[in-house]
Every structure is written in C-alpha cells, then in structure tokens.
Design a protein around this ligand. Structure first.
Ligand code: PGA
Length: 328
C-alpha cells in the first residue's frame, strides 16, 4: 500500500465514522450506538456503509443471527481505538495545561450551608486527593463582604442580591420553617397558624446580617408585621438548644434540623406563608479566572444537585447518620 493510498484514507475517512464504528463494537449493536451518540440508526448504517466503501471490504459479517467483525473490521476497529484514544489523550493533556485539579480550593458558605457542604467537599476531595479545601463559614453579610473583596474561589449563599457581578447557579432547596419544642401548645393546631398569632410568641432569632433573619423579616414585613426577638444568637446550633429548652420559637432551615426532627426533639409548626421556599446558589465572580480545582468543584456541585434533583437528602443524610451514630 503506497503513500497515495494512505492519503486517500485521510481525505475520505472521517472521525465521526471511527466514532460510530467504535460505539457499535463497544456497545454491541446499532441501536445502542445510536442512543449513545444521539443519532438515528439509519445514519449509523449510512456511515458504516461509506466506511466499507472507502476501505474496500465489509466491516461486518452475519453468522447465524449475530453480526461479527470481519478481519478488515477488526483492523478498522483497532485504528478507531488508536485514533480516538490519542485524541482523548490530547484533550487530557490540554486540560492539564489549563490547570489540573489540585491545590487550594477556597470556599466560603453561609452558616446554613455548613450542614451539607462538608459532605460534598469530602466526596470531592476523595475524588481529587491533591485538592486542599479551605472552608469559611460566615453569615450572609460577611459573605457579601468576602465576595466584594474577591477573597475565595467559590461561594454558597441564599438569595443573590441584584446588581452583584457574579454567576449564580441554584444547587439545592432551602426551606425555612418555624420550629418549636415538641410539647408546645401550637403544635396541636390543626389549621395553619396565622403569622399575626405567631409573632406574639417569644422568638430566638439569628443576628442582623443573617440571610435567614433577612428572609423572615421580609415575610413579616409583607404582612405588615414586625418581631422583636426575645434573644438574638449568631449560631443555629445554639438556637436549636434554646428552642429545645423552651426559651422560644425560631426560624431555621429545614435541612439543618434533620437530627432533631428525626429524634423528636423539635417540631415544625404549621404556619401560614411557611415554609419559605428558598434555594442555595453556587456563586463565582463574573470574569474571574477559576482555578482547575474551583472549576471542577463547581461542575461537581451542579452535577450533584441534578443527581439529587434539588434535594440535598443524599449527601446530607448519609453524613448526618454517621454523625448521629458517633454522638450516641
Ligand atoms: P445565613 O444565610 O447563614 O446568613 O442565615 C442563609 C441564607 O442566606 O440562606
């Protein structure tokens, strides 16, 4: 076979044909290959027929009811693996050049996210052991300051304010609910408790600057109500203890309450306008050159969010259970 012949292949065979041949061989048939490559079965047959024509011999033969590669088919399949394999290697090399998945990953999150983010970071670091995570847990106001100062690679927060120069992707649901100790009289209410009635209760609320506080104050404001907290605490764990101790009611993120609700240490009250449906967002600064680790983590978060279809249940409950076992 002379040079002219080889050039003939280069000019006539296409990468797409190699890709189709590889998919048909790897997946064992036209229909599976068509599904994988998101093309129709007739276009698979057309491309394979063209390939056969260029190679000058059949790629497959039917023995009994099954299709087998011919000798030429096997040679073409080896060539497909080599060509596509070296393209994949090139792609990997280039992405290494752009910055591999290693080094510091600086993530800052609002306090309510501290209940699920460690599990996501844990799963990520297991996959990419050369990544060194740095996690800052702060309230909304402090997080906005960090965003302004471009202090971290990636942020997790609730409602993203208008006018902030960031890209924000919703990742998980964040429902806010009103909690009470299990023996609270309002826990026996069958109908939704009016907000007007609930504000007569003693409340333990987060500090000003908290997104949870801002959202609840906003809801009350829409109903022309205001609430003077009985106590202000900057920490949802302390708030939970206070509610369990009967010091008052509070507003917390449902995902932060899994253990206490499961163990019946707290109950969620049926209150009009609640739960408040909010979401957590993965946020990066617009135009910021993300490190390989940050970009890959962002993709991982979005993928995990899709996989769990907007419910943090899986990463969270798994980790929570192990924490619970340890505590008891
Ligand atoms: P916070 O924020 O921790 O400041 O209450 C939570 C949120 O904004 O969802």
């Amino acid at each position: 076979m002379g040079h002219a012949e080889q050039d003939y292949f280069v000019r006539h065979l296409s990468l797409r044909q190699f890709q189709i041949l590889k998919a048909v061989v790897d997946l064992g048939g036209h229909s599976a290959a068509a599904r994988e490559l998101k093309i129709t079965q007739p276009s698979i047959s057309i491309q394979l027929a063209k390939m056969q024509e260029i190679l000058g011999a059949p790629l497959f033969e039917t023995i009994g009811r099954r299709q087998h590669l011919t000798e030429v088919g096997r040679m073409a399949s080896r060539a497909a693996n080599a060509v596509l394999g070296s393209l994949q290697a090139l792609e990997d090399e280039l992405s290494d050049l752009e910055g591999s998945v290693k080094g510091e990953l600086r993530v800052a999150v609002v306090t309510t996210a501290k209940y699920f983010i460690p599990y996501l970071l844990g799963a990520f670091v297991e996959r990419h052991p050369a990544v060194v995570p740095r996690l800052a847990v702060v309230n909304r106001a402090q997080l906005l300051e960090r965003i302004g100062a471009n202090q971290d690679d990636l942020y997790i927060m609730g409602q993203v304010p208008d006018g902030l120069r960031v890209e924000a992707v919703p990742i998980l649901d964040n429902d806010l609910v009103i909690v009470a100790p299990p023996d609270h009289a309002l826990g026996r209410e069958k109908r939704a408790i009016p907000l007007k009635r609930i504000v007569e209760e003693r409340f333990l609320l987060r500090e000003p600057g908290s997104g949870t506080r801002l959202a609840f104050d906003g809801l009350l404001g829409e109903h022309g109500l205001r609430l003077e907290p009985y106590m202000e605490l900057g920490n949802s764990e302390a708030i939970k203890q206070g509610v369990m101790a009967g010091l008052g009611l509070s507003v917390l993120s449902l995902t932060n309450l899994r253990l206490e609700l499961a163990d019946h240490h707290l109950i969620v009250l049926n209150v009009e306008g609640l739960p408040m449906k909010r979401r957590w967002y993965a946020v990066t600064l617009k135009g910021k050159q993300l490190t390989g680790a940050a970009r890959t983590f962002l993709e991982f978060l979005v993928h995990e969010a899709r996989r769990t279809s907007t419910t943090p249940e899986k990463p969270q409950s798994r980790g929570m259970d192990s924490r619970k076992r340890k505590k008891k």
